[in-house]
Design a protein around this ligand. Sequence first.
Ligand code: MIC
Ligand code: SF4
Length: 692
Amino acid sequence: MRGTLTEKILADHLVDGELTVGSEIGIRIDQTLTQDATGTTAFGLFEAMGAPRVRTELSVSYVDHNMAQFGPENHNDHLYLQSVAAKVGAYHSRPGNGICHQVHLERFATPGRTLLGSDSHTPTAGGMGALAMGAGGLDVAVAMGGGAFYLTSPAVVAVELQGRLGDWVVPKDIILKLLSILTTGGNVGAVVEYCGEGVASLSVPARATCTNMGAELGVTTSVFGADEVTQAFLAAQGRSDQFTALAADANAEYDRITKHLHAERDAAVIENIRRHCPDAQIGRADGDGTVEVSFSRVVIDLSDLAPLAATPSSPGNVAAIADLAGTKVDQVIIGSCTNSSLCDMMVVAAVLKGRKVHPRVELGIAPGSRGVLKMLADNGALADMVSAGARILECGCGPCIGQGFSPGSDRVSLRTFNRNFAGRSGTKGDKVYLVSPEVAVAAAITGEITDPRRLDMKYPEIPEVANFTIDDGMIIPPLPPDEAGRIEIIRGPTIVKPPAGKPLPEKIDGKVIIKVGDKITTDHIMPAGTLLKLRSNVPEYAKHVFAPLNEPGRPTFAERATEAGQAGHAGVIVAGDSYGQGSSREHAALCPMYLGVRVVIAKAVERIHQANLVNFAILPLTFAESSDYDRIDAGDRLIIEDVAGAVASAETVTVHNATQDFDFTCRVNLSGRQRKILTAGGLLNYTRQANG
Ligand code: MIC
Ligand code: SF4
């Protein structure tokens, strides 16, 4: 990664280790962000660590997820977060002020700085040239206390943008194109670095759309440089003084990443790689059809792109709008941290102006920040939306995390969001397509998926504003230390202290509570929607672990895990590839831990989830032979002798399947520090021990 942007920022912040791809490094974190759904736990753990004040340059606590306020839970959370932020020295962005990533981009993100957020879409700030990463709340709590953030020194891949986007083709189409090349799996430990002459034509929010949805690639983060466009954006935000130019060296060296694909099932992906990666090496298929592919550079010519969509139910199911055109649409929602900038909203308003929403379609619009909403109100665009029949939603996550607007049964919903995992909208069997605001608004007026280039109108070019309306009145600054002492932390009865991890036993006598397939997301493990309000109450939330996979009339995962625990067995989860995709929610580790789960054995585990498992003292193992996955059944008893010894130093461990009487080998892919954390019984205990 010599001479890359990523290397420069990492080198500037390195406090432990060396920048060699694959080795563990510790970096200093300049800024943190938390949002309410992960923030109550993060601040609870921060309090449990005993640190009196945050030690970062800036920590911001946002409220944007849990705002529906059915029952007292949400408001209790808000009051807790506001009071704890004031006490410990964090800024507090109040409910209604906007989505954390959009507000952070506008008001706080700074080129060349590191940002750690308890939300997987924190890389949005990479559009500004920040090295911004998502992590579990406990990692963020440690960073707030001034501790280093540990990660694998990444392989940096170049995404070179050439040419210019045509009319109606937008950044969402760039990132969807990239998803069709890199896919949602197999990119753990990589950073996507954008370069090329095409970058200059993209605004900061446009860049942020690309880096935001880099989360769906499963990479550590995505980043752009900081140039005149960045400088102008910062000036419009009244933050010119925070600009620093940032660029990779002209002769920067990027790293090869290796992917294992299937010759037949992934034929389209392999073809995309052949077409877009000039230095691709594509091996021959082995006996079971696996092809090894490696490359260090992806080239996308913006002028070749056409409007795209991710079809149900994965951001990786990319298809051309031209091939979907004519599909009847029942619901359109525009917003989320991916596409809720002023420019996105202005294009939508321009298309809606003087038109009416199609009678079949319900249209919801959620501007990303109060600043954006205020500007839409001031310049008349909001009136155009309202006149067209749009339902204006609060500035927040809303439908993106299943807080309302669940589509009807079997209804097609087009959303400008970043995730369409099955059931995330709150409707079982949902049909959610992820599209650009341009495609979304075209469908809103035609009632069907429509290539916006076929609309009978000129593309509304929206110039970047020179002066953004700035009103930070809903961002409460922290109190100075001498005044903070008088703050009472408000802890409503629905806020329950998060449990700490426990050291692993000498020997695991485990039972497989569930066996799941590939690409299990954290939305499967710990669903949000109407359950989101239970985030501050682990004992209650834990009752719903794997709820979407529970079968009617059969004991739930929680009941099976509890019963196994009562019989003296540790819970084991067996999973396929890309386990724990999606969000950063540490509840996907914390709640299983609460139910007695001590081991996850998977074909592969995604980065943030792996860290969360370790942080809560659940041992993540991977199959040495992936075919062993097929030999295990739910309910099997699995024994791991001397697990403490394996965690301390072994590269592999033998697992005995006592039900079927065979042994198999698992890899213990852990860094030295992760081994110590597991031995200590989780990151909280480890941090307490380290701080004496
Ligand atoms: C998401 O988009 O899935 C979330 C909700 O923002 C999560 C965080 C959470 O579960 O609270 C994320 O992306 O990390
Ligand atoms: Fe909120 Fe959706 Fe963005 Fe997550 S992806 S932060 S739920 S808007």
